[in-house]
Design a protein around this ligand. Structure first.
Ligand code: AHR
Length: 502
């Protein structure tokens, strides 16, 4: 199969906000306990944080990490996680029916985030709590001193404020499963009043209001319209979430799902424009896509187990083991965000460690990279710069979700400072190799090209503790410089990163 792609220096989408490659860590299952934190582990630092996990997190270069939830945040008392560890209470976590020891709280997470080289994105509880706790938490985290909460932080060992800019106003408040679920009007009103209070403290905060939990919610997209009508003047981002499933084991249908993601972003972008026009506002609200990933491998059995258990602490939960097919899907999702970089400014892979995550750990043992670690790492490291509006000419197929799904999913990024063009390409054809004629115009001559490939003949191939490199990238000789740019041949069902030095 042949495909023709043209990139032109003048055809750009937007400068990519590096926070498009954000991540997420929730107090859920083994994400925190025996994930990032395991005192007594051979690699644990003086704070009990696993250095082997920190190394893998640093390898992702994720610029921001959302915390502490997720559904967890909607019944969380942040004060339970401060002060002497032996005085912290164990609480029942209503979201996941587990026990929370509170041995990790905001101080421990802040130290960990610093060591991981990532900024904190914090969520306040607008489920079981509200404005008062939100303003206290922000004061604790961001005020230098001389007030009750800031002085308590100082007493607890942190003299300088953490100066966290990015705050989520609750989590998935449209979901009936959420503790303290609300209607759009109720939530919109509460979020607006909370935002006003936080802005009275510091107008430079960046605030994220909850949009829909996914685009199949019965309240979507009216939820976005109502919530934004209540909050438009006070917020900077509307949060969206989406998870991808392949229960039917139909790869062509599964790999077409990013089209649904694209539509979701387009629709919410339209709702933002509608409310902006209605409010006669000059301000732009953008999308924070702060939960996304493949999530289905263990989902049904997890739901069953949860119903039966007796409030365990840090149980195995949502530990999807990803396969090679998921590499292709994650690549397509990231490409969608790059192509929508004008409206999606923040996106967080959900999650980071153990819980539907690119990094897995064994308690007391090894940490390793799941298959999806690699496409995320490549996008995060090399997908920074200006997103390009590519012209793509390739055969397509019809899927249930939409007709005309191109066999080639591709996104391009120009990094002017580094003098590079990077393309992320997924061949969605299962039998045919594809030769891509990649023409680059207006950038100057391609001097060098590198082709990194992720390919496995078995779509079900996985990385495990005992075989952690089963699916891994390798450099290949698939690309050559041509008169107009480069020519590259990619195998069926494969992920490629093509990097051109100009
Ligand atoms: O990431 C797992 C869960 O998915 C989060 O807690 C919740 O926000 C979403 O439903």
């Amino acid at each position: 199969m042949e495909a023709r792609v043209t990139a032109h220096a003048r055809y750009t989408i937007a400068d990519i906000d590096k926070r498009l490659y954000g991540s997420f860590l929730e107090h859920l299952g083994r994400a925190v306990y025996t994930g990032i934190y395991e005192p007594g582990h051979p690699t644990a630092d003086e704070n009990g944080m696993r250095r082997d996990v920190l190394d893998l997190v640093r390898g992702l270069e994720t610029p921001v990490c959302r915390y502490p939830g997720g559904n967890f945040v909607s019944a969380y008392n942040w004060e339970d996680g401060i002060g002497p560890k032996n005085e912290r209470p164990t609480r029942l976590d209503l979201a996941w029916r587990t026990a929370e020891s509170n041995q990790v709280g905001i101080h421990e997470f802040a130290d960990w985030a610093k060591a991981a080289g990532t900024e904190m994105m914090l969520a306040v509880n607008l489920g079981s709590r509200g404005l008062d706790d939100a303003r206290n938490f922000v004061e604790y985290v961001n005020h230098p001193g001389g007030s009750y909460w800031s002085d308590l932080r100082r007493k607890n060992g942190q003299a300088d404020p953490w100066d966290v800019k990015l705050w989520c106003l609750g989590n998935e408040m449209d979901g009936p499963w959420q503790v303290g679920h609300k209607t759009a009007v109720e939530y919109g009103h509460l979020a607006n009043e909370t935002a006003k209070a936080l802005r009275a403290f510091d107008d430079s905060l960046e605030l994220v209001v909850c949009g829909s939990s996914h685009s199949d919610m019965p309240t979507y997209p009216q939820w976005e319209a109502t919530v934004l009508e209540e909050t438009y003047g006070q917020v900077d981002y509307i949060s969206l979430h989406m998870y991808f499933e392949n229960y039917e084991k139909k790869t062509s249908e599964f790999l077409a799902l990013p089209e649904k993601l694209d539509r979701y972003i387009g629709t919410v972008g339209g709702v933002i424009d509608y409310v902006k026009a209605k409010k006669r506002s000059k301000k732009n609200v953008r999308i924070s896509f702060d939960e996304w990933n493949v999530w289905y491998h263990e989902r049904r059995s997890d739901a069953k187990r949860m119903k039966e258990w007796d409030w365990p602490h840090a149980p195995v939960l949502l530990e999807d083991v990803y396969n090679f097919e998921d590499v292709l899907q994650v690549g397509c999702i990231l490409n969608t965000f790059i192509r929508r970089a004008d409206v999606v400014r923040i996106a967080c892979i959900a999650q980071l460690v153990n819980v539907i995550a690119p990094i897995m750990t064994a308690p007391g043992g090894a940490a390793w990279r799941q298959t999806i670690y690699f496409p995320f790492q490549f996008a995060s490291k090399h997908g920074r710069g200006t997103a390009l509006r590519l012209d793509v000419d390739c055969a397509s197929y019809d899927a249930d979700i939409a007709a005309g799904i191109s066999y080639l999913d591709i996104a391009g990024v120009h990094d002017g400072d580094a003098g590079t063009l990077t393309f992320f390409a997924i061949n969605r054809h299962g039998e045919e190799a594809m030769t891509i004629d990649l023409s680059v115009e207006g950038f100057g001559k391609a001097r060098n090209v590198e082709h990194t490939l992720i390919k496995h003949d078995n779509l079900e191939a996985r990385n495990t503790k005992d075989a952690p490199e089963t699916v891994a990238p390798r450099k290949v000789d698939g690309a050559t410089i041509s008169d107009s740019g480069v020519e590259v041949t990619v195998p069926p069902y494969s992920y490629s990163m093509i990097r051109i030095t100009l």
